[in-house]
Write a protein that binds this ligand. Structure first.
Ligand code: DGY
Length: 320
Protein backbone atom coordinates (compact mmCIF):
# COMPACT_ATOMS: atom_id res chain seq x y z
CA UNK A 1 0.00 0.00 0.00
CA UNK A 2 1.37 3.43 -0.83
CA UNK A 3 1.07 6.47 1.41
CA UNK A 4 -0.91 4.89 4.28
CA UNK A 5 -2.50 7.23 6.79
CA UNK A 6 -0.86 6.76 10.15
CA UNK A 7 -2.22 8.10 13.43
CA UNK A 8 0.09 8.31 16.43
CA UNK A 9 -2.19 8.57 19.46
CA UNK A 10 0.41 9.83 21.96
CA UNK A 11 3.63 11.79 22.07
CA UNK A 12 6.57 9.59 21.00
CA UNK A 13 10.25 10.37 20.41
CA UNK A 14 10.83 12.18 17.11
CA UNK A 15 12.99 9.43 15.49
CA UNK A 16 9.91 7.19 15.53
CA UNK A 17 7.86 9.83 13.72
CA UNK A 18 10.68 10.32 11.22
CA UNK A 19 10.62 6.61 10.34
CA UNK A 20 6.85 6.75 9.84
CA UNK A 21 7.20 9.83 7.64
CA UNK A 22 9.24 7.81 5.14
CA UNK A 23 6.22 5.77 4.13
CA UNK A 24 3.02 7.58 4.86
CA UNK A 25 0.97 10.55 5.85
CA UNK A 26 1.50 10.89 9.59
CA UNK A 27 -0.69 12.67 12.09
CA UNK A 28 0.72 12.62 15.62
CA UNK A 29 -0.72 13.82 18.91
CA UNK A 30 2.08 15.89 20.43
CA UNK A 31 0.65 16.92 23.78
CA UNK A 32 1.76 15.37 27.09
CA UNK A 33 -1.88 15.01 28.09
CA UNK A 34 -3.76 12.00 26.68
CA UNK A 35 -5.55 12.57 23.39
CA UNK A 36 -9.26 13.42 23.88
CA UNK A 37 -11.47 10.65 22.45
CA UNK A 38 -13.31 12.92 20.02
CA UNK A 39 -10.06 14.06 18.39
CA UNK A 40 -8.71 10.50 18.40
CA UNK A 41 -11.85 9.12 16.76
CA UNK A 42 -11.91 11.86 14.14
CA UNK A 43 -8.35 10.93 13.16
CA UNK A 44 -8.97 7.18 13.35
CA UNK A 45 -11.88 7.49 10.87
CA UNK A 46 -9.46 7.49 7.94
CA UNK A 47 -6.45 5.76 9.53
CA UNK A 48 -4.73 2.71 8.01
CA UNK A 49 -2.37 2.38 10.98
CA UNK A 50 -2.41 3.42 14.62
CA UNK A 51 0.70 3.76 16.75
CA UNK A 52 -0.49 3.46 20.35
CA UNK A 53 0.83 3.78 23.89
CA UNK A 54 0.11 1.46 26.80
CA UNK A 55 -2.29 4.09 28.13
CA UNK A 56 -4.54 3.69 25.05
CA UNK A 57 -7.33 1.16 25.34
CA UNK A 58 -7.73 -0.52 21.99
CA UNK A 59 -11.20 -1.97 22.39
CA UNK A 60 -14.41 -2.16 20.40
CA UNK A 61 -14.97 1.62 20.56
CA UNK A 62 -11.44 2.28 19.28
CA UNK A 63 -11.78 -0.22 16.45
CA UNK A 64 -15.30 0.95 15.54
CA UNK A 65 -13.88 4.44 15.09
CA UNK A 66 -11.24 3.07 12.70
CA UNK A 67 -12.99 1.12 9.91
CA UNK A 68 -9.93 1.11 7.61
CA UNK A 69 -7.41 0.15 10.29
CA UNK A 70 -4.92 -2.56 9.31
CA UNK A 71 -2.30 -2.44 12.04
CA UNK A 72 -1.97 -1.32 15.67
CA UNK A 73 1.68 -0.83 16.62
CA UNK A 74 1.95 -0.59 20.40
CA UNK A 75 4.96 1.30 21.75
CA UNK A 76 5.35 -1.15 24.65
CA UNK A 77 6.27 -4.77 25.14
CA UNK A 78 3.08 -5.35 27.16
CA UNK A 79 -0.11 -5.29 25.09
CA UNK A 80 -2.79 -5.94 27.68
CA UNK A 81 -4.24 -2.55 26.67
CA UNK A 82 -5.24 -4.11 23.35
CA UNK A 83 -8.08 -6.54 22.70
CA UNK A 84 -5.93 -8.77 20.53
CA UNK A 85 -8.75 -11.26 19.86
CA UNK A 86 -11.01 -8.51 18.55
CA UNK A 87 -8.19 -7.10 16.41
CA UNK A 88 -7.63 -10.56 14.98
CA UNK A 89 -11.33 -10.97 14.28
CA UNK A 90 -11.30 -7.70 12.37
CA UNK A 91 -8.13 -8.53 10.47
CA UNK A 92 -6.03 -5.94 12.30
CA UNK A 93 -2.40 -6.88 12.94
CA UNK A 94 -0.99 -6.07 16.38
CA UNK A 95 2.71 -5.48 17.11
CA UNK A 96 4.68 -4.69 20.27
CA UNK A 97 8.27 -3.74 21.14
CA UNK A 98 10.02 -6.68 22.83
CA UNK A 99 13.78 -6.77 23.35
CA UNK A 100 14.59 -3.09 23.24
CA UNK A 101 13.46 -2.41 26.81
CA UNK A 102 14.84 -5.55 28.42
CA UNK A 103 17.96 -3.99 29.94
CA UNK A 104 16.28 -0.80 31.11
CA UNK A 105 13.51 -2.73 32.87
CA UNK A 106 15.93 -5.21 34.46
CA UNK A 107 18.08 -2.28 35.63
CA UNK A 108 15.06 -0.70 37.24
CA UNK A 109 14.03 -3.96 38.94
CA UNK A 110 17.55 -4.30 40.34
CA UNK A 111 17.47 -0.67 41.44
CA UNK A 112 14.18 -1.19 43.24
CA UNK A 113 15.54 -4.32 44.85
CA UNK A 114 18.50 -2.39 46.23
CA UNK A 115 16.31 0.52 47.20
CA UNK A 116 13.91 -1.60 49.21
CA UNK A 117 16.48 -3.86 50.89
CA UNK A 118 18.76 -0.91 51.82
CA UNK A 119 15.84 1.34 52.80
CA UNK A 120 16.93 4.13 50.48
CA UNK A 121 13.46 5.67 50.14
CA UNK A 122 13.17 5.91 53.91
CA UNK A 123 16.62 7.48 54.11
CA UNK A 124 15.73 10.04 51.46
CA UNK A 125 12.49 10.92 53.23
CA UNK A 126 14.34 11.33 56.52
CA UNK A 127 16.82 13.80 55.08
CA UNK A 128 14.22 15.76 53.15
CA UNK A 129 11.99 16.03 56.20
CA UNK A 130 14.88 17.81 57.96
CA UNK A 131 14.48 15.47 60.90
CA UNK A 132 17.64 15.67 63.05
CA UNK A 133 19.78 12.55 62.64
CA UNK A 134 23.28 11.29 63.23
CA UNK A 135 25.16 8.19 62.18
CA UNK A 136 24.24 5.22 64.38
CA UNK A 137 25.44 1.62 64.51
CA UNK A 138 21.87 0.40 64.33
CA UNK A 139 20.35 3.16 62.29
CA UNK A 140 18.15 2.09 59.37
CA UNK A 141 19.70 -1.32 58.94
CA UNK A 142 18.77 -3.16 55.78
CA UNK A 143 19.66 -6.57 54.46
CA UNK A 144 22.40 -7.63 52.04
CA UNK A 145 21.71 -9.59 48.87
CA UNK A 146 24.67 -11.97 48.93
CA UNK A 147 23.54 -15.57 49.23
CA UNK A 148 19.84 -14.60 49.21
CA UNK A 149 17.36 -16.31 46.92
CA UNK A 150 15.65 -14.38 44.15
CA UNK A 151 12.48 -16.03 42.85
CA UNK A 152 11.60 -14.78 39.39
CA UNK A 153 8.05 -15.28 38.14
CA UNK A 154 8.23 -15.01 34.35
CA UNK A 155 11.62 -15.98 32.95
CA UNK A 156 11.46 -14.24 29.56
CA UNK A 157 14.04 -11.73 28.42
CA UNK A 158 13.51 -9.31 31.32
CA UNK A 159 13.46 -12.08 33.93
CA UNK A 160 16.72 -13.46 32.53
CA UNK A 161 18.34 -10.02 32.41
CA UNK A 162 17.36 -9.47 36.04
CA UNK A 163 18.78 -12.87 36.99
CA UNK A 164 22.08 -11.91 35.34
CA UNK A 165 22.26 -8.72 37.40
CA UNK A 166 21.24 -10.46 40.61
CA UNK A 167 23.93 -13.11 40.07
CA UNK A 168 26.50 -10.30 40.02
CA UNK A 169 25.22 -9.36 43.49
CA UNK A 170 25.70 -12.94 44.68
CA UNK A 171 22.05 -13.98 44.68
CA UNK A 172 20.79 -17.51 43.98
CA UNK A 173 18.11 -17.79 41.31
CA UNK A 174 14.96 -19.89 41.15
CA UNK A 175 12.24 -19.22 38.60
CA UNK A 176 8.70 -20.13 37.74
CA UNK A 177 7.77 -20.15 34.08
CA UNK A 178 5.40 -22.06 31.81
CA UNK A 179 8.37 -23.68 30.09
CA UNK A 180 11.97 -24.22 31.11
CA UNK A 181 14.53 -21.82 29.64
CA UNK A 182 17.28 -23.30 27.47
CA UNK A 183 19.73 -25.46 29.45
CA UNK A 184 22.71 -23.26 28.53
CA UNK A 185 20.92 -20.17 29.89
CA UNK A 186 19.92 -22.04 33.06
CA UNK A 187 23.53 -23.09 33.47
CA UNK A 188 24.92 -19.60 32.83
CA UNK A 189 22.55 -18.12 35.41
CA UNK A 190 22.80 -21.09 37.74
CA UNK A 191 19.00 -20.88 37.77
CA UNK A 192 16.62 -23.64 38.83
CA UNK A 193 13.01 -23.93 37.72
CA UNK A 194 10.49 -24.68 40.45
CA UNK A 195 6.76 -24.52 41.05
CA UNK A 196 5.06 -21.37 42.29
CA UNK A 197 4.40 -22.69 45.80
CA UNK A 198 8.06 -23.50 46.35
CA UNK A 199 9.19 -20.19 44.90
CA UNK A 200 6.86 -18.20 47.16
CA UNK A 201 7.68 -20.17 50.30
CA UNK A 202 11.47 -20.11 49.94
CA UNK A 203 12.47 -16.86 48.23
CA UNK A 204 13.91 -13.82 50.03
CA UNK A 205 12.86 -11.71 47.08
CA UNK A 206 10.02 -12.44 44.64
CA UNK A 207 10.15 -10.51 41.37
CA UNK A 208 7.24 -10.35 38.93
CA UNK A 209 8.37 -10.35 35.32
CA UNK A 210 5.50 -12.12 33.60
CA UNK A 211 2.98 -10.65 31.16
CA UNK A 212 -0.43 -9.64 32.46
CA UNK A 213 -3.33 -11.79 31.27
CA UNK A 214 -6.49 -13.38 32.67
CA UNK A 215 -4.21 -16.15 33.89
CA UNK A 216 -1.93 -13.83 35.86
CA UNK A 217 -4.66 -11.48 37.17
CA UNK A 218 -4.15 -11.37 40.97
CA UNK A 219 -1.58 -14.14 40.77
CA UNK A 220 -0.25 -12.54 43.94
CA UNK A 221 -3.36 -12.51 46.09
CA UNK A 222 -3.92 -12.90 49.84
CA UNK A 223 -3.17 -16.62 49.61
CA UNK A 224 0.09 -16.13 47.71
CA UNK A 225 1.18 -13.36 50.07
CA UNK A 226 0.52 -15.55 53.09
CA UNK A 227 2.63 -18.27 51.47
CA UNK A 228 5.62 -15.91 51.29
CA UNK A 229 8.14 -15.56 54.09
CA UNK A 230 7.48 -12.88 56.70
CA UNK A 231 10.69 -11.10 55.76
CA UNK A 232 10.29 -11.53 52.00
CA UNK A 233 10.39 -8.63 49.56
CA UNK A 234 8.08 -8.38 46.54
CA UNK A 235 9.17 -6.43 43.44
CA UNK A 236 6.73 -5.71 40.61
CA UNK A 237 7.95 -4.16 37.37
CA UNK A 238 5.49 -6.10 35.18
CA UNK A 239 1.86 -4.99 35.43
CA UNK A 240 -0.10 -3.75 38.44
CA UNK A 241 -3.14 -6.06 38.34
CA UNK A 242 -0.91 -9.13 38.75
CA UNK A 243 -1.01 -8.13 42.43
CA UNK A 244 -4.17 -7.72 44.51
CA UNK A 245 -3.20 -4.33 45.93
CA UNK A 246 -5.76 -4.46 48.77
CA UNK A 247 -4.38 -7.81 49.92
CA UNK A 248 -0.85 -6.44 49.58
CA UNK A 249 -1.59 -3.51 51.91
CA UNK A 250 -3.01 -5.97 54.45
CA UNK A 251 0.01 -8.27 54.17
CA UNK A 252 2.48 -5.38 54.57
CA UNK A 253 0.58 -3.89 57.49
CA UNK A 254 0.24 -7.25 59.27
CA UNK A 255 3.86 -8.26 58.78
CA UNK A 256 2.99 -11.18 56.51
CA UNK A 257 5.69 -10.02 54.12
CA UNK A 258 8.63 -7.70 54.76
CA UNK A 259 8.50 -5.05 52.07
CA UNK A 260 7.48 -4.23 48.51
CA UNK A 261 8.85 -2.22 45.61
CA UNK A 262 6.35 -1.30 42.92
CA UNK A 263 6.86 0.31 39.54
CA UNK A 264 3.30 -0.53 38.45
CA UNK A 265 -0.08 -0.33 40.15
CA UNK A 266 -3.37 -2.17 40.00
CA UNK A 267 -5.41 0.91 39.07
CA UNK A 268 -2.63 2.95 37.51
CA UNK A 269 -2.08 5.88 37.80
CA UNK A 270 -4.02 5.61 41.08
CA UNK A 271 -2.08 4.11 43.95
CA UNK A 272 -3.82 2.32 46.81
CA UNK A 273 -3.94 4.95 49.61
CA UNK A 274 -2.93 2.25 52.09
CA UNK A 275 0.50 2.01 50.43
CA UNK A 276 1.33 5.69 50.73
CA UNK A 277 1.99 5.75 54.46
CA UNK A 278 3.98 2.52 54.60
CA UNK A 279 7.72 2.87 55.07
CA UNK A 280 8.21 -0.69 53.84
CA UNK A 281 6.82 0.21 50.38
CA UNK A 282 8.97 1.75 47.65
CA UNK A 283 6.76 3.30 44.98
CA UNK A 284 7.84 4.69 41.61
CA UNK A 285 5.68 5.79 38.66
CA UNK A 286 6.04 3.11 35.92
CA UNK A 287 9.61 3.98 34.99
CA UNK A 288 10.72 0.54 33.74
CA UNK A 289 11.58 1.62 30.22
CA UNK A 290 12.08 5.29 31.02
CA UNK A 291 15.49 6.06 29.55
CA UNK A 292 16.02 8.31 26.55
CA UNK A 293 17.73 5.50 24.63
CA UNK A 294 15.06 2.92 25.40
CA UNK A 295 12.04 5.08 24.67
CA UNK A 296 13.66 6.12 21.37
CA UNK A 297 14.33 2.47 20.49
CA UNK A 298 10.73 1.55 21.37
CA UNK A 299 9.27 4.29 19.18
CA UNK A 300 11.60 3.39 16.33
CA UNK A 301 10.78 -0.33 16.54
CA UNK A 302 7.04 0.39 16.56
CA UNK A 303 7.49 2.62 13.52
CA UNK A 304 9.59 -0.02 11.73
CA UNK A 305 6.80 -2.51 12.36
CA UNK A 306 4.42 -0.21 10.50
CA UNK A 307 6.94 0.28 7.69
CA UNK A 308 7.51 -3.49 7.42
CA UNK A 309 3.79 -4.14 7.36
CA UNK A 310 3.05 -1.75 4.49
CA UNK A 311 6.34 -2.42 2.73
CA UNK A 312 5.54 -6.11 2.35
CA UNK A 313 8.36 -7.59 4.45
CA UNK A 314 6.01 -7.83 7.45
CA UNK A 315 6.38 -6.36 10.92
CA UNK A 316 9.52 -7.42 12.83
CA UNK A 317 7.71 -8.08 16.11
CA UNK A 318 4.08 -9.08 15.57
CA UNK A 319 2.02 -10.24 18.51
CA UNK A 320 -0.30 -12.30 16.32
C1 DGY B 1 6.08 -1.96 28.48
O1 DGY B 1 6.64 -1.68 27.43
O2 DGY B 1 5.19 -2.81 28.55
C2 DGY B 1 6.54 -1.27 29.69
O3 DGY B 1 5.69 -1.44 30.76
C3 DGY B 1 6.76 0.20 29.40
O4 DGY B 1 7.51 0.75 30.43
Amino acid sequence: MTNPRIVVTGKIPEPGVEVLNTIGEVWAWTDDEPIPHDIRDERLATADAAVTLLTDTVDEAFLDAAPQLKIVANVAVGYNNIDVGLCQARGVTVTNTPGVLTDATADLAMGLLLMVTRRLGEGERLIRSETPWKWGMFMMLGTGLQGRQLGIIGMGGIGQALAQRARAFGMQIVYHNRSAVAPDIEAALDARRCNLDELLATSDVVSLNCPYSEETHHLIDAYALSAMRNDAVLVNTARGPIVDEGALVEALSNGEIGAVALDVFEHEPKVHPGLLGLDNAVLVPHLGSATVETRTAMATLAARNVVGFFGGSGPATPVT
